[in-house]
Write a protein that binds this ligand. Structure first.
Ligand SMILES: Nc1ncnc2c1ncn2[C@@H]1O[C@H](COP(=O)(O)OP(=O)(O)OP(=O)(O)O)[C@@H](O)[C@H]1O
Ligand SMILES: [Mg+2]
Length: 354
């Protein structure tokens, strides 16, 4: 049935993470956007492993539940894949038009992709002239394995929705940033999304992604380390990590584990930023914006700031989005904001966007 009061172009964003599925819908407002729907649903740790959907039934049910609970009427769904299954590479190619590159991209990309070219979907963005002045152009190449896209789109279809765009989490974060923060020309900032299993690092120059890296590290490392150190189950460790209590377990050792793992995460972040700077002489990163559930880990922003020697701010993906306090409790919005960085970036996409 067609619902006449929904535009065909309206979309709902689904961020299917390994720890939770987030759903969010925005609508155009007088100045920018307003929040229409927002929800999240936890997944058990074995449902999605290393970015692959292992237990699709559980994920489908979580999505269905969210749709029912939030009373979502829109069918067109924008989702994202994470760095586990996406290859993003900046390459130099001979100067050509976008149309010409679209024609030859399969052939050009072949040498950069470690899979048969027929197994992947390729996309690209022309960044501009190469910085070495060799008369070539810089192109951001994106390749995603078709079977991974299919696993995600099948879940969306099975949940009764229509997958219209499958984005990449890094580019969603770029869009989220553009909506909420002023873009300063020639300034490099990093957006770092730390989820449960993956950390996406994205350097934006003048608001455009020029470097991405995914590190298989996230909140689960904190939980697993706690599990080992305290000799408890994953579930109990997760409860303690989130500040809860577990009967019969002394939580005294928790802060030490959090600090230790946070130190490792901060070191990896610093390494990635150093790697970016090493490959781009004369450039530096002036600020880090932290997103993802792990941005809430006590002390982590401060440790990253100290180790990387770059100011860190936890991102607010609702900074510029109207949130009606009668519909969305301001405390909830504030508390859960860092979970929705990717989701907000997806929700501002429109059907027909590339
Ligand atoms: N207050 C908190 N302190 C520490 N960790 C937290 C806190 N709140 C959430 N986390 C952690 O954040 C992680 C979930 O973040 P997020 O929702 O961004 O992950 P995800 O998108 O489901 O996973 P991924 O993108 O890695 O597949 C979990 O590991 C969770 O334990
Ligand atoms: Mg995530």
């Amino acid at each position: 049935m067609e619902l006449p009061f929904f535009k065909k172009t309206d979309v709902v964003a689904l961020d299917i993470g390994s720890n939770s599925v987030k759903i969010i819908q925005l609508a155009p407002a007088k100045k920018g956007w307003k929040l229409v729907k927002l929800g999240m649903s936890q997944l058990p740790p074995e449902a999605i492993v290393d970015g692959s959907i292992i237990d699709s039934m559980t994920v489908i049910n979580a999505v269905k539940e969210l749709i029912a609970q939030q009373d979502i009427k829109v069918k067109n769904t924008v989702s994202a894949l994470t760095g586990h299954s996406v290859i993003i590479k900046k390459v130099n190619l001979p100067v050509m038009s976008e149309a010409e590159l679209a024609e030859s991209i399969q052939w050009e990309a072949e040498q950069y992709i470690p899979f048969p070219i027929t197994d992947v979907n390729i996309d690209f963005q022309i960044l501009g002239a190469d910085t070495e002045g060799r008369g070539q152009m810089e192109v951001m190449l994106v390749a995603v394995k078709k079977d991974v896209i299919n696993d995600y789109t099948n879940v969306i279809k099975e949940a009764g929705m229509i997958p219209v765009i499958v984005d990449v989490d890094s580019f969603a974060l770029e869009n989220m940033f553009e909506v909420n923060y002023p873009v300063t020309p020639n300034e490099n900032i990093a957006i770092i999304n730390i989820g449960a299993t993956i950390t996406s690092i994205n350097v934006l120059r003048s608001g455009i992604t020029i470097f991405t890296r995914a590190i298989p590290l996230g909140g689960n490392q904190f939980t697993e380390e706690m599990q080992k150190t305290l000799g408890i189950s994953f579930k109990d460790a997760e409860t303690l990590k989130l500040g809860g209590e577990v009967s019969g377990v002394d939580a005294g050792g928790v802060p030490e584990v959090i600090e230790r793992v946070a130190g490792n995460v901060a070191l990896e972040v610093k390494r990635s930023i150093d790697f970016f700077v090493g490959g781009a002489p004369g450039m530096f990163v002036s600020k880090i914006y932290l997103s993802g559930g792990c941005a809430k880990a006590k002390g982590l922003p401060a440790i990253i700031q100290e180790r990387a020697a770059i100011p860190v701010e936890v991102v607010n993906p609702f900074a510029n989005i109207e949130c009606n306090p009668k519909k969305f409790a301001p405390d909830y919005i504030k508390d859960s904001a860092s979970y929705f960085g990717v989701g907000v970036g997806l929700a501002v996409r429109k059907v027909g966007d590339k």
